[in-house]
Ligand binder design. Structure first.
Ligand code: DGY
Length: 325
């Protein structure tokens, strides 16, 4: 008998077909997602779950997932899953790294450029018919090339952003809980600095850390005060890494120059003040959203789930300790 797999939300059809070759698939072919109650109900009797970042797997819910062997998240981030609780219960958890690295770095850089060069303001200006004449400082923004880029988090996406920064002849500072190997620092031209130096010296600050207890509100009022008045903040990681209200206040007061935000504290809710400001560029959590990458992420999640159900180690297993349970 084929194992039963729940797919909690719409994914690319190729991935559903792949799952169907090896599993009995309960497919929620909708973008709405399941309510917590529906998720509990549909998960009953399943061996695998292909989930998305909008599905919350708290310790309590995981406790109800009797019989589930794998949660395969269609995302690189896995802050929606209590990994420790899953491990205790012998549930394998997998994510979708690598395939989205460059795509996400592209969006971080797009936001950086758009915020610095006021691209969205320019679009609105032309589109609304306000453009009457050329003037010397019309929508003058900030140069990106040869400036200092401060990167929080030197994982795969942080490195990909550093490569883009190098292409713009930027000076590259980074901070991470763990220092990168010397060879990588040399290859990318990176300088490891403490948090205070990064905040005080960078013209652009970009966040590429996972969300956990040590990164929640990494950027709050005190950190914003340490930034240069012309600093531009970019966040494509997770919303709660930034204190959104404090950032909105800082942008409104022009305490920093601008921000480019793809992620928010309470998605899809955005702090109302951010919606009123011109010096912020907002996108709806689309860091990895190219057709190619989202297809690859869907397929990778399906492969992770199927490997676990076949008794193999999923290619992107996050909790190898759970294998032996
Ligand atoms: C992730 O993968 O964690 C992104 O936030 C969604 O692609």
């Amino acid at each position: 008998m084929k194992p039963a797999v729940l797919v909690t939300k719409r994914i690319f059809p190729e991935a559903v077909e792949l799952l169907r070759q090896h599993a009995e698939v309960d497919y929620v072919d909708s973008d709405d997602g399941l309510t917590p109650e529906e998720l509990d109900r549909r998960a009953r009797g399943k061996r695998g779950i292909v989930s998305q970042l909008t599905d919350q797997f708290t310790a309590e819910r995981i406790g109800r997932l009797a019989g589930v062997r794998v949660i395969a998240n269609v995302a690189v981030g896995f802050d929606n899953v209590d990994l420790a609780a899953a491990t205790r219960q012998g549930i394998l958890v997998a994510n979708t790294p690598d395939v989205l690295t460059d795509t996400t770095a592209d969006l971080a850089f797009a936001l950086l450029l758009a915020a610095a060069r006021r691209v969205v303001e320019g679009h609105r200006f032309v589109h609304s018919g306000q453009w009457r004449r050329w003037t010397i400082d019309l929508l003058a923004g900030h140069d990106v090339h040869h400036k200092t880029l401060g990167i929080f988090g030197m994982g795969r996406i942080g490195q990909a952003v550093a490569r883009r920064g190098a292409g713009f002849s930027m000076r590259l500072l980074y901070h991470d809980a763990r220092r990168a190997p010397e060879a990588l620092e040399r290859e990318l031209g990176l300088e490891f600095v403490d948090q205070a130096r990064l905040l005080g010296e960078a013209d652009f600050i970009t966040l590429h850390v996972p969300l956990n207890d040590s990164t929640r509100k990494l950027i709050g009022p005190a950190e914003l005060r340490q930034m240069k008045p012309h600093a531009i903040l970019v966040n494509t990681s997770r919303g709660p890494v930034v204190d959104e209200a404090a950032l909105a206040q800082a942008l409104a007061a022009h305490a920093i120059a601008a921000a480019g935000l793809d992620v928010f504290e309470n998605e899809p809710h955005v702090h109302p003040l951010l919606l009123e400001l011109d010096n912020v560029v907002l996108t709806p959590h689309i860091g990895s959203a190219s057709v190619e990458t989202r297809r690859k992420m869907s397929l990778l999640a399906a492969e992770n789930a199927l490997a676990a159900l076949a008794g193999r180690r999923p290619p992107n297993l996050l909790n190898p300790e759970a294998m032996s349970k």
